[in-house]
Design a protein around this ligand. Structure first.
Ligand SMILES: [Zn+2]
Length: 313
């Protein structure tokens, strides 16, 4: 067994437990969503190469037409964001970095830098980031930090991922990219979401050990696991963790439980897929985007409305 310092994990989990902001119902939802994600199949890639190159201007022209095919308002917003600035700095900067692409996009103080490398992946990244700007309402919190509405934090990823799924249909129908191109993109997204789901489940177990008044030790973790009404997937994930300590090492490294960021990707992928399955997906997309744009809507407002329209969410 690896020599991880579980007493550090214990101290961090104990401290972060009181900061937990999600209620029991949502925790239950997230557990269900995490399981769904862990059960998702990875897309099968038939060819590792992109089918074509897409120069930046062509991507922008295609995206304008795509948004216009859904709603002219979205197309106008797209143009405004692409040409928009903050303190004279473009909201979206395109910065092609030769060689291996480490990150598709990097968020900065002013906006986002997209590492554009002329392939079909980039057009999805632009759509994803532009959609974030469409429902981004930044404001300053009590400590003068720029922050965002809670509902946007929770649902922003779902909206951008849903946009990617609609874009995929548009691009494939118009023979602009191949299905394999999209699968290459989507495989990365699914694998990232799986990592998030795994982190969430492990963190949940750690917190449950502490909530029962026990310290985090191997014995207590295994005891807790045995008493939980879990399905095989939890065991599998947890066994993996006990072999590698990937997530617990991360907790120590960052000195906090970090599945908070994971949560938005867990909500994101599942909710996007559920809305995408609807017959009226374009209209539902517009409704969802508007709901997030409305700063009066709380997370619960949006959730309640989603559940009325999609009882399986
Ligand atoms: Zn995003």
């Amino acid at each position: 067994m690896s020599s991880i310092d579980l007493s550090s994990v214990n101290a961090i989990v104990t401290r972060d437990l009181v900061k937990e902001r999600i209620n029991t119902e949502k925790k239950y939802l997230l557990t269900g969503y995490s399981k769904m994600i862990l059960e998702m199949e990875e897309p099968f890639i038939i060819n590792d190469e992109w089918s074509r190159e897409i120069p930046l201007q062509e991507s922008l022209d295609i995206l304008y037409d795509f948004f216009n095919s859904i709603d002219s308002n979205l197309a106008n917003q797209f143009n405004n964001i692409i040409h928009g600035t903050c303190d004279n700095i473009p909201l979206i900067k395109f910065n092609y970095v030769e060689g291996d692409k480490v990150l598709n996009s990097v968020v900065t103080k002013y906006g986002v830098i997209i590492n554009y490398s002329n392939n079909p992946d980039d057009i999805f990244t632009i759509a994803h980031e532009v959609l974030h700007f469409m429902n981004l309402h930044l404001f300053y919190d009590d400590n003068d930090y720029i922050t965002e509405t809670r509902s946007r934090y929770i649902f922003g990823e779902a909206n951008s991922i849903l946009g990617e799924l609609l874009l995929k249909d548009y691009l494939i129908t118009n023979h602009l990219i191949t299905t394999n191109d999209f699968k290459k993109r989507y495989k990365v997204r699914i694998n990232n979401a799986k990592k998030c789901a795994k982190s969430f489940i492990i963190e949940k177990l750690l917190m449950e050990v502490r909530q029962s008044g026990m310290d985090i030790t191997y014995e207590h973790l295994l005891d807790k696991l045995a008493t939980l009404d879990t399905e095989s997937i939890d065991y599998q994930v947890f066994e993996e963790e006990l072999n590698t300590f990937d997530y617990m090492n991360k907790i120590i490294k960052h000195n906090h439980c970090n599945s908070n960021i994971a949560k938005k990707y867990i909500y994101g992928l599942v909710i996007a897929n559920k809305i995408y399955e609807s017959d009226n997906r374009h209209q539902e997309f517009i409704n969802f985007n508007n709901a997030i744009c409305n700063t009066n809507n709380t997370v619960d407002d949006i959730y309640t409305d989603l559940r009325l329209r999609f009882p399986h969410i």
